[in-house]
Design a protein around this ligand. Structure first.
Ligand code: THU
Length: 137
């Protein structure tokens, strides 16, 4: 699975985003250490706060399938019918949710297209993240 293919999977699932309120569609594709890919889109809600981001939808699918170790996540987002000009960076809640399983080393790929993307680590996006190691006893 190349980064390009992971980005393509994120674009494909973005089509399924349910966004009647913001019209901002996001897709995320999460690559497990074992080489499987789980995807998620954002799912909004009339009551707003139950909205789930694409990244956490992908994480829920992966963990529900028994996967807990991840190598990378590709994220794409833009307004309905538009090409994105800015990269879509994961929100604070999603950074924390990913940190639980990905830790500092998770590669986060923010893509505008299959060719135009940047890669950061989760540790850079969430410095000194609070995770399972902090609550060991
Ligand atoms: N959203 C995501 O799904 N992921 C992100 O990384 C940023 C924001 C969603 C939440 C909401 O449905 C819409 O994008 C606008 O904020």
């Amino acid at each position: 699975m190349t980064d390009r293919e992971l980005i393509r999977a994120a674009f494909a699932v973005r089509e399924r985003a349910y966004t009647p309120y913001s019209h901002f569609k996001v897709g995320a594709a999460l690559l497990t250490r074992s080489g499987r890919v789980f995807t998620g889109c954002n799912i909004e809600n009339a009551s707003f706060s139950p909205t789930i981001c694409a990244e956490r939808a992908a994480l829920a699918a992966a963990v529900s399938a028994g996967e807990r170790e991840f190598d990378a996540i590709a994220i794409v987002g833009s307004m309905e019918g538009k090409v994105n000009t800015l990269p879509t960076s994961p929100c604070g809640v999603c950074r924390q949710a990913l940190f639980e399983f990905g830790g500092n080393g998770l590669r986060v790929i923010l893509a505008k297209s299959e060719e135009d993307y940047q890669e950061l680590t989760l540790g850079r996006l969430l410095p000194l993240g609070f995770g399972p190691a902090n609550v060991e006893h």
